[in-house]
Structures are given as C-alpha cells and as structure tokens.
Design a binder for this molecule. Structure first.
Ligand SMILES: NC(=O)C1=CN([C@@H]2O[C@H](COP(=O)(O)OP(=O)(O)OC[C@H]3O[C@@H](n4cnc5c(N)ncnc54)[C@H](O)[C@@H]3O)[C@@H](O)[C@H]2O)[C@@H](O)CC1
Ligand SMILES: [K+]
Length: 521
C-alpha cells in the first residue's frame, strides 16, 4: 500500500477536487463518516453515549464537525470543544461549523491561557474522544491551548479516535516534538501518511484504519517508484510458488560465509534462517577450526572449513575457495560473526567486487566496508545490505543521532548512492531500493532487539533471493516475515525473554500464515 507525505496527500485532494470536480465538502463528509464508523465500532450503540470532539481551526477540525453532526444524529450526546475562535475557521470547515450551529448545537471555545478544568470535566464524563485538533497541516510542537488539551486527553484514559493523524505527530516524518495524542484508533484518509508508519508517530496511532473518501482509486496507485507499507497481500503475491515437481536443487542454494571463534551462534542462525525461509540447500563456510562444533550444532545445513587466522577468523587466503564454492551457489550471505580481524576485513573487501551471484551483506561484512563504503558501488550483482542504525552511522561516517532522526532520508540516500538495496533495521524497518522505491515494514516488536535476531534476518533474505525473488522483494518480504515470526513468538513467550531461536522456530508458521497454507501451484 502506498504511503504519502502530507504534501502528496494535499496534491491528491487538489487533483480530486479540481480535475475531477469532487467538491471538498464531499471529501470532508466522507472523511467524517469514516471516523463515525470507527467510533461506532468502539462504542457499539452510540445512542445515549457521551462523545467529546476536539476540533482545531483547520480542515481536520472540519472533519471533526462532520463527525459531531453524524454522532448527534445517531443519538449521542456530543460536546464540540473548539481550539480556536469561531471566526478563525474558514472554508469547508466553516461550512460545517455553520451547519452545526444552525442545528442549535453549541461549541465550547478553548482559549489560550484558559483554565482547563472544564475540559477535564467533559473528559471525565465522556465515553470516547474524537481528536480533530491537527491533521496534515501540523508542524513542530503543539502550542497552547492545544498542548494542555492534548495532555488532558491522554490523562483521561478514554478511547481516542484520531482523525487522519494523532495531533502532535508530523505527517511527513513521524517526529513528535511536544505533547501528542495517544490514540487507540486512527482513521486516516485515502492513504497512510509517512508519520503514521514511522516511530515515534507510529506508537501514537493505535489501530490504523485507512478509509476511502472517494478520491478516484487510480490516482492512489500512481507515483511509482514510491513508498509502500508492506502488506501480507504483497508478500503473498511475491513469494514464488513451489511447484509439485520441486526438488532441493530447484529451491535455491545459499552459501553463508560467517562465524569466528566465539561467534559460532551468529553463523548458525543465519544458515538456519536461509533454510527456514525455504532455500533448498544451505552451506555454511567458516574457519576450519570451528567446523566440528558447527557440524554438531547443525543438522540440515552442510558445513565447509576454510583457512583461518591464528585468532580463529577467516583468513584472506580463503577468497579463492569461497569463489569456488560460489560456482555451486545461487546466493551469498556474508557477515554474521566474522569479527573485525584485519585479514578478514581484507578478505571481504577483495571478495565483494568479484561476486557473480546476488548477495546479502550484514554485520561484520558491513563493518569491513567502513571507511571504504564506495566499494559497494563496485558490486556488479544485486546486493542487499542490512545495517542497524549504529552500523549505518559507521558506514556513512555520520553521527548516530542523524541516522536516528532521519531514517528514511538516510536509507534512501544510501540506496541511491551505493546502488544496493539498503535495509535499515529498527522499529519499522526500511527497505530502500536503488530505483527509488522504499518499503516500510509494519511487523516486529521490541522483543526482537536480542542478539542473533539480525543474523536470522540475513539468512531469511538470502533464502528468499535463492528462490528467485528480486533483491528489493526478498529484502522487503524477509523483513515482513521475520517481524511476523517475531510477533508470533512474542505472543507465545512474551517479549522480554524472546530469543533469536524463537524467531527461527516460528518462521514456518509465519510463512504459512502469509501463504494461507496454499503451497502447491
Ligand atoms: N480537501 C482537503 O484538503 C481535505 C482535507 N482533509 C482534512 O484536512 C486536514 C488538513 O487540513 P489543513 O491543511 O487545514 O491542516 P490542519 O487541519 O492539520 O490544521 C493545521 C492548523 O494548525 C496550525 N498549526 C500548525 N502547526 C501548529 C502548531 N505546532 N501549534 C499550533 N497550531 C499549529 C496551522 O496554522 C493550521 O491552522 C487533513 O489532515 C484532513 O483531516 C479531509 O477533510 C479530506 C479533504
Ligand atoms: K487529528
């Protein structure tokens, strides 16, 4: 599903109105009605229920006045609290304010510096709150009186249905610079806004509903390459069918180059991630001294010992053997647990430009490139890099804070500059592609912030690549399935004690859920 900025949404609204003649009031009416449906879901029968509608001075407030009217007509007891003087309201919002007033209904203006005890009293008696204070026109931090009102709404503990976007979230970035409504439900119009699917905005959204407001559907699909929220349906369509005649050789062969003394687990998890994602054959290549241990740990994965350093890491001289092994592989996954040994760094740097199969580069594979990241643009095959924020900052030689606060821009620049798929891990993992498309992952939970979780992801992406998926789709589907498996694991075991091995265990169930268990083409 496409995700847009506030500016792109305004442009879509404008096109619907000017080029297709759909009146703004119709869009606003549809928006309000969509919110009413969710309020009805929350409250059940609305007749006799008390609803507090907080309306700002822009069109978001106009939507709120539509909501108020329909809830009133359905028998609810509605209080409209206006965070502006009535004469400040203009355009379609003013039309809806006038209708409300002609219906004999009062508005309660809330002015700056006003004692908010009356507002708190309304909230105590309310069954639900509608937040129509700010929408896509909001920037920065909420000023008074909105700031105090937002805090009062959050303190009320009542169900809050946010109109378009929780007030206080910036639509384009998801940044929250001051008080911000914590909604239980958000009804966004036509398409999700970027701020709703990125942190910290995402944590304020509650259950997200995307509502049709009668903008012509084909306008919503345009604009490729664009930004997309990864959905289960997308992943289902992307996963290659497994025909009845499939055999292990036809399902893709992955070579995982990983591990060093003391870091055998990372290598195992990556190899098993590839196997669990459905690769037909997985081979793990590591320093020879580790092979016996690995062979005991791994049953379904083949192991190969390579020349090692005295410190138990891969030696530079392993290059030719790895290239020979790659003659019989469809994909390379490199990096987990390799260490930052200088010889191993040299091996990675010399290997990458020689690759002839698609690759996934993670962890120490990426650390090896710090200081020489342009090496990535010399890779002539499709490549996926999977840094977390610290690794991304190291690769770019930029402050971590910058990566954190500009995740989307950083990932998109990296993909464009390096010509690889840049998957930036973290809450709402981003998959930025060299063609300018970006996929945003909705699955996953904080329990997955545990050692080895990223190694599993590397393996999953490699496993999907090996089955013939393109690099962008393998990375996006990999992030989605990995997160879904993590969500399933968290449901079983809770978040705190979740281990990477639990994600591995639930990957088959996650894939089966997405495929609706339809495995045979
Ligand atoms: N035709 C359209 O454009 C449609 C717009 N719709 C609604 O309209 C909304 C966008 O409307 P607007 O562009 O009027 O914007 P908003 O309704 O988001 O209002 C922004 C108002 O808040 C003020 N503001 C911005 N930052 C502030 C801050 N930090 N502190 C205090 N005040 C601040 C602005 O000066 C402006 O008056 C959408 O989110 C959606 O809810 C829908 O009705 C559908 C149709
Ligand atoms: K809002």
């Amino acid at each position: 599903m496409r995700v847009v900025t506030g500016g792109q949404m305004r442009e879509l609204d404008r096109t619907a109105m000017e080029d297709y003649g759909i009146p703004g009031l119709v869009l606003m009416e549809n928006a309000g009605l969509a919110v009413v449906r969710v309020v009805q879901q929350v409250l059940g029968e609305v007749a006799g229920k008390r609803v507090a509608v907080f309306a700002g001075k822009g069109n978001n407030g106009g939507d709120g006045l539509v909501v108020a009217r329909h809830l009133f007509n359905a028998g609810a007891e509605v209080k409209v609290l206006l965070l502006a003087k009535p004469e400040e309201i203009s355009g379609d919002a003013a039309v809806n304010l006038a209708i409300w007033q002609k219906m004999g209904q009062p508005v309660y203006p809330v002015a700056r510096g006003e004692d908010l005890s009356a507002v708190r009293l309304f909230l105590v008696g309310a069954h639900a709150v509608v937040d129509a204070i700010f929408g896509t026109g909001f920037k920065g931090a909420a000023r008074e009186p909105a700031a105090g009102v937002i805090e009062a709404i959050n303190a009320s503990g009542k169900p809050v249905v946010a109109v378009d976007i929780p007030s206080g979230v910036e639509a384009d970035t998801g940044q929250v610079h001051g008080p911000c409504v914590r909604a239980t439900h958000t009804v966004t119009f036509a398409l999700p806004k970027l701020g709703l699917v990125q942190e910290p905005g995402r944590s304020h959204v509650g259950e997200l509903h995307v509502a049709d407001i009668s903008i012509p559907s084909f306008l919503l699909e345009e604009g490729t390459p664009g930004r997309y929220l990864i959905t289960e349906k997308m992943v289902r369509e992307w996963l290659p069918p497994r025909p009845a005649w499939a055999h292990k050789g036809s399902c893709g062969r992955v070579l995982v180059v990983a591990g060093s003394r003391g870091m055998t687990g990372a290598a195992c998890l990556a190899a098993l991630g590839a196997a669990r994602a459905g690769a037909g054959l997985v081979t793990l290549a590591m320093p020879a001294e580790l092979q016996d241990v690995m062979a005991v740990k791994l049953t379904e994965v083949m192991t190969v010992g390579l020349p090692g350093t005295r410190e138990g890491t891969l030696a530079r001289s392993a290059r030719s053997e790895i290239l020979a092994l790659l003659e019989r592989a469809d994909v390379l996954a490199i990096g987990p647990g390799l260490s930052r040994h200088l010889e191993t760094v040299a091996l990675v740097r010399e290997l990458l430009p020689a690759l002839r199969v698609p690759c996934v580069i993670d962890a120490d594979g990426l650390n090896a490139l710090a200081g020489d990241v342009q090496l990535l643009s010399r890779i002539s095959v499709p490549a996926v890099v999977t840094p977390h924020e610290v690794e991304m900052a190291r690769l770019l030689g930029r402050p971590l804070e910058e990566v954190r606060s500009r995740r989307l821009a950083v990932a998109e620049e990296a993909a464009a500059n390096w010509g690889v798929v840049a998957l930036l891990k973290g809450a709402a993992t981003l998959v930025a592609c060299p063609d300018g498309s970006t996929y945003i992952n909705p699955t996953g939970n904080p329990g997955m912030a545990t050692g080895g979780s990223g190694d599993v992801l590397t393996g999953v992406i490699a496993g999907l690549l090996a089955q013939g998926m393109s690099a962008p789709r393998a990375a996006a589907a990999g992030a989605y399935l990995h997160g879904l498996a993590g969500d399933m694991a968290a449901r079983e075991k809770g978040m705190r004690g979740l281990l990477a091995g639990d994600i591995l265990e639930l990957l088959p169930s996650a894939i089966a859920q997405v495929e609706c268990n339809v495995m045979i083409a």
